[in-house]
Design a protein around this ligand. Structure first.
Ligand code: GDP
Length: 325
């Protein structure tokens, strides 16, 4: 199938075309890469925008249970939902935290839903590009909501936040008053903290945990561009579905507030620039390793530096000058 035809089918909502398109952007082959670039250009013509929601949480907090319940809730509202996963564990161990169990069984059977596991790749940078491209494909395919899920380890949260319009942090109720060791940086990128499992015996603990986080959020930097009350902490139960309508209302309120203030567009523009620079940096770095002439020169200068014939600074300058030519 040629790329224009694949693009047409994706935009017409053909699921097989959608899977194929994502497989194409996930491929590392140079010819596939060139086709992927053409495909993404062709899909821009769709001019569609989804609400991109990033979601993070440590294993066991209930991400898959939440996404299943929340996805079904959105479908009942007449929306179409795509779920993409970013699993940094698969890049390190080859095994994965997100992908190895049967997840979201009900949702995965729905015509209005599309679920795609994390691409396996050796570097988070590669996963970032592929996920970002998969988001763009799902958007062109007409999904209303694209959920991008990640586990709460390493750099993956920031990466997901950098491709989302809203960022949710899912937490479990915590006994005692420790704030579950949530890193400050993650608190700072969270728009809405959802304390999950607010049901049965855990309900009162969840309410207390939620109040603790609401207090902690107040101490963080204000976001004058957002509606009053954000970032906020709320309780939900993925099992009983309590709190899901309120959580969705908060998400839409925030999204609409950002659209009205122009922050939404500015954010997307900044994200696009950020990813352009990331791709450029990755491309330049790759050239250091793959271009034989450049490699030979890097090796030669490296030896000269090690043997004290030239300073590291001068060698780097010389290399950059060579690359400019
Ligand atoms: P993930 O690793 O973050 O994807 O977490 P899972 O969705 O697999 O859930 C981990 C465990 O927490 C499972 O045993 C779920 O049944 C349980 N769980 C998830 N959500 C809730 C909830 O809202 N309430 C209660 N009581 N248990 C939940």
């Amino acid at each position: 199938m040629d790329i224009d035809e694949l693009a047409e089918r994706v935009m017409a909502g053909d699921r097989r075309a959608l899977s194929r398109a994502i497989t194409l952007v996930e491929s590392g082959r140079a010819d596939h890469r060139a086709q992927a670039v053409d495909l993404l250009e062709a899909l821009k013509g769709a001019g569609r925008t989804a609400l991109r929601i990033g979601l993070s949480g440590t294993p066991g907090v209930g991400k898959s249970t939440f996404i299943e319940a929340f996805g079904m809730f959105l479908i009942a509202k007449g929306l179409r939902v795509a779920v993409l996963a970013v699993d940094p564990s698969s890049t390190r161990s080859g095994g994965s935290i997100l992908g190895d169990k049967t997840r979201m069984e009900q949702l995965s059977r729905k015509r209005e839903a599309f679920i795609r596991p994390s691409p396996s790749q050796s570097q988070l940078g590669g996963v970032a590009r592929r996920t970002r491209e998969a988001v763009a494909i799902c958007e062109a395919a007409g999904f209303d909501v694209v959920l991008i899920e990640t586990v709460g380890v390493g750099q993956s949260e920031t990466m997901v936040a950098d491709m989302s319009d809203l960022f949710l942090l899912l937490l479990a109720p915590a006994g005692g008053d420790e704030l579950q060791g949530v890193k400050r940086g993650i608190m700072e990128i969270a728009d809405i903290i959802l304390v999950n499992k607010a049901d049965g015996d855990l309900k009162s603990t969840a309410t207390r945990t939620c109040a603790d986080y609401a207090g902690a959020l107040k101490l963080l930097r204000k976001r004058p561009q957002d509606p009053a009350g954000f970032p906020k902490a709320m309780t939900v139960s993925a099992v009983t579905e309590a709190g899901l309508p309120d959580a969705w209302e908060a998400m839409t309120e925030l999204a609409e507030g950002r659209r009205a203030s122009g922050h939404w567009e500015r954010n997307r523009a900044e994200q696009a620039r950020h990813w352009f620079l990331e791709d450029l940096r990755a491309g330049l770095l790759a050239r250091l390793h793959t271009d034989p002439d450049i490699r030979a020169e890097v090796d030669r200068l490296g030896r000269d530096v090690a043997e004290g014939r030239i300073s590291a600074t001068a060698a780097a300058d010389e290399m950059l000058a060579t690359m400019r030519r």
